[in-house]
Design a protein around this ligand. Structure first.
Ligand SMILES: Cc1ncc(COP(=O)(O)O)c(C=O)c1O
Length: 362
């Protein structure tokens, strides 16, 4: 293989790109024997309708470009979530939609505000644009910091339920936030389908706020992380602006077919959500029994904390035993692990291994 030239090329990059760290995704182990509880995937398969739609789409038209605006999916998403097609944009995962939003609304030096700890991709996207990040600490119980309501920002992010805590902010608080922010408010609802209570989605607030954008993902509740599909809901003018920024053919035809079929089989998704909610209770109980503080999670993961203890060792020992959980090497999070809710069997094995590690070390 040819040896390519390497040299000091960082001077060619824009200054902020050369200076920034890239986003570090969770480990993606392909080892069949590993129990993977680190990136909040769904342990259950997608609807069988997805597989037949994929077969049909593959046979029909891989040769042709896909619909540029994903119109058939947009239309069924609009009906499903009670809005109009022009209020929906389909993205290559909600990550792409986040990227489009930051490119639309954040220029050099523009402020972007959000409570932390939260999804760290926001940091990376702002750094790419040279935006000015203002991170405000959540209160100890993961309630919103009061200062969030009085910031003058081009963009405000709220991850709801939040990652890594799993905690949910009420619709009343989001309404107050949408009223008080000066720019765009993005509510990232990647995990909202796992919430117990009904009527917690900010989609219902879109009628009242033209500065609100709500994001959904097919990666979690619909078990389609590998297909990369997300949805943005917002006022028509916002969606029209986002369309100017997106790639022409941002979704491939297989992903479009998969997402459309998944939305046509909501009972399948809801059944899996209920199974995960039951396992979440078991996992929470088990962790509490072992002395962890567990935040009340409305997502498909829980955050377990041993205040003041660095849990890197536990994470590594679990990894040696072929169980992957998420350890964050960030100041203030070293005493916590984020654990995806797996199948009942996976939850049982995790708790057994944790118990065994605990016994060996005492
Ligand atoms: C809070 C949050 N938002 C968005 C995403 C991205 O989801 P997608 O797979 O739809 O790009 C994730 C993925 O883990 C997430 O945790």
């Amino acid at each position: 293989m040819a040896q390519l030239q390497s040299g000091p090329v960082s001077r060619y990059f824009r200054e902020n790109i050369a200076a920034m760290e890239g986003y570090l995704p969770g480990e993606q182990s392909r080892d069949e024997g590993t129990i993977k509880l680190n990136t909040n995937e769904n342990p259950y398969a997608p609807s069988p309708r997805v597989f037949s739609a994929l077969r049909k789409a593959a046979n029909r038209s891989l040769r042709l470009y896909p619909e540029p605006l994903s119109d058939s999916l947009r239309s069924i998403a609009a009906t499903t979530y009670g809005v109009r097609s022009m209020n929906v944009l389909v993205g290559n995962g909600s990550d792409e939609l986040l990227s489009i939003l930051v490119r639309c609304f954040v220029g050099q030096g523009n402020r972007v505000v959000y409570p932390v700890p939260t999804y760290t991709l926001y940091d990376t996207l702002i750094a790419i644009q040279g935006g000015d990040k203002v991170a405000l600490d959540y209160l100890p119980d993961f309630a919103l910091p009061e200062a969030l309501y009085s910031q003058k920002a081009a963009l405000t992010f709220l991850c709801n339920p939040n990652s890594p805590s799993g905690t949910l902010v009420s619709l009343q608080e989001i309404e107050r936030l949408a009223r008080s922010v000066s720019g765009i408010l993005v509510v990232d609802e990647a995990y909202i389908d796992f919430a117990e209570a009904e009527g917690v989605s900010s989609i219902s607030l879109l009628q009242s706020f033209s500065n609100l954008v709500v994001l959904r993902s097919f990666s979690k509740s619909f078990s389609l992380a590998g297909m990369r599909i997300g949805l943005a809901f917002a006022a028509e003018e916002i969606i029209a602006g986002m369309i100017k920024v997106k790639d022409s053919y941002n979704l491939n035809c297989l992903s479009l077919a998969a997402a459309t079929a998944a939305l046509q089989d909501l009972p399948w998704m809801l059944r899996n959500v209920r199974r995960i909610q039951r396992s979440r209770k078991k996992l929470t109980r088990g962790l509490k029994k072992m002395g962890f503080q567990v935040y009340p999670s409305q997502a498909n993961f829980v955050m377990g904390r041993k205040k003041g203890q660095n849990l890197r060792g536990l994470y590594e020992e679990l990894k040696r035993r072929k169980i992957l959980v998420r350890y964050f090497d960030h100041p203030g999070l070293e005493d916590s692990l984020r654990i995806t809710v797996g199948t009942p069997q996976e939850v049982k094995m995790l708790l057994q291994e944790m118990e065994a590690i605990h016994t060996n070390h005492t």
